[in-house]
Design a protein around this ligand. Sequence first.
Ligand code: FCB
Length: 459
Amino acid sequence: MTSDGQRPFPDGFLWGTATSAFQVEGATEAGGRRPSIWDTQCGIEGRIAHGDTGEVAADHYHRWREDVALMQQLGLQGYRFSIAWPRVQPTGVGPVNQPGLDFYSRLVDELLAAGITPLVTLYHWDLPQALEDDGGWPARDTSYRFADYAAIVFEALHDRVDLWATLNEPWCSAMLGYVDATHAPGRTETAAGLRAIHHLNLAHGLAVRAMRNIDPAPRQGIVWNPVRIVPLGQDPDGTIAEGRRRALGLRNRVWMDPVLRGRYPEDVLRDLEPYGGLPVEAGDLEAIAQPLDWVGINYYSDIRFQAAPGSRTANTPGLVGVATPDPGPDATDMGWPLTPDGLRAYLLDLRDEYPDLPPIYITENGAAFDDPIIDGAVHDKRRIAYLEGHLCALRAAIDAGVDVRGYFLWSLLDNFEWQYGYAMRFGIVHVDYDTLIRTPKDSANWYRDVIRRNGLAAG
Ligand code: FCB
């Protein structure tokens, strides 16, 4: 990386952290909340490491004031959090559950009073279980229910919240939830997963339309987790190239093309046809392609593909003959390889592929490393190195002309990491799960300095 990484970021660049409702809130039965698909998932033996659940999590539902004060001490300028649909509409339909909505309204007020810009994600995977019982995302009706829910939340908060994201990483909702079963609701039905893809896209478009009808001023966006796939080794018969095309189609283009271009890519439609295809109806693509004010990109690492005759990839129908190599000893606790420059390279690819892309926010980036508390401190050097490398790469992408407006580090707090439970610690603030005491790690202090100088230190 060049020394450009050390120059300050553009004026007005927004530095924040991110969390999501189910991962930090706990209090799953408080204030009229009803179960989401993740509560159900936690209740099924063997689905979550160590039998962990979201019942307490980081107890943010009770400690939100303390957490906002902590953010203020760390000098954070932005906070991305999600709204739990089952708090606001406990069964996913019908009138608002006021105590649930009030929780977020108070949180927004507290953030604004602390000078912190809220970014609201409407859906970060916690579908009300009652809607799953009616078919979940494979059912078209769920898209309309989501638009109703979005309008309820927006009505309450649009006067104070400017940055809105409809969905977080819809690829995970569809493919991990309905195809490979690593995520809730844990179904293994490929055709249902493909229906979920289209209904998530439709839900996004209908929700943006509903919110703009109420007030066109707030900035509307969506959060994706596209990947950059780097081919490794020889590829004499083109298996890696074909696998890469297929995987990028399902992971990146089937989400971005309808939203940004108003159509699904022909080759992806062909790939998916044998598995049931996408249930597109007249008018859907117009609904999906609402112009956006920004897009969110979550980036953790590149994926590498090498030839592996005979292998199949569960979450990508038809992806055969490739596998990802062992990430080596330097990987994060998640087993994700360290590929910081991939962030720069990916953002340049993205800009080339979609020249009319709206401004970008990096809505998640961070690393799981488990470092012990010693004398009240956590010396998380590996996390700092990870963040430094990625911010350097981000600075280089901005230098190369990519319009990135802000960065939300994942995560503020150690939290419930889905199927891994509490085993994966992504926080810049350590959470003791017995006492719930928060202890800023070295990375939190390091990040405070980055924010203060609007960039990395020289030299
Ligand atoms: C992303 C999710 C987020 C968190 C990080 C580590 O895929 O959006 O909730 O789990 O990964």
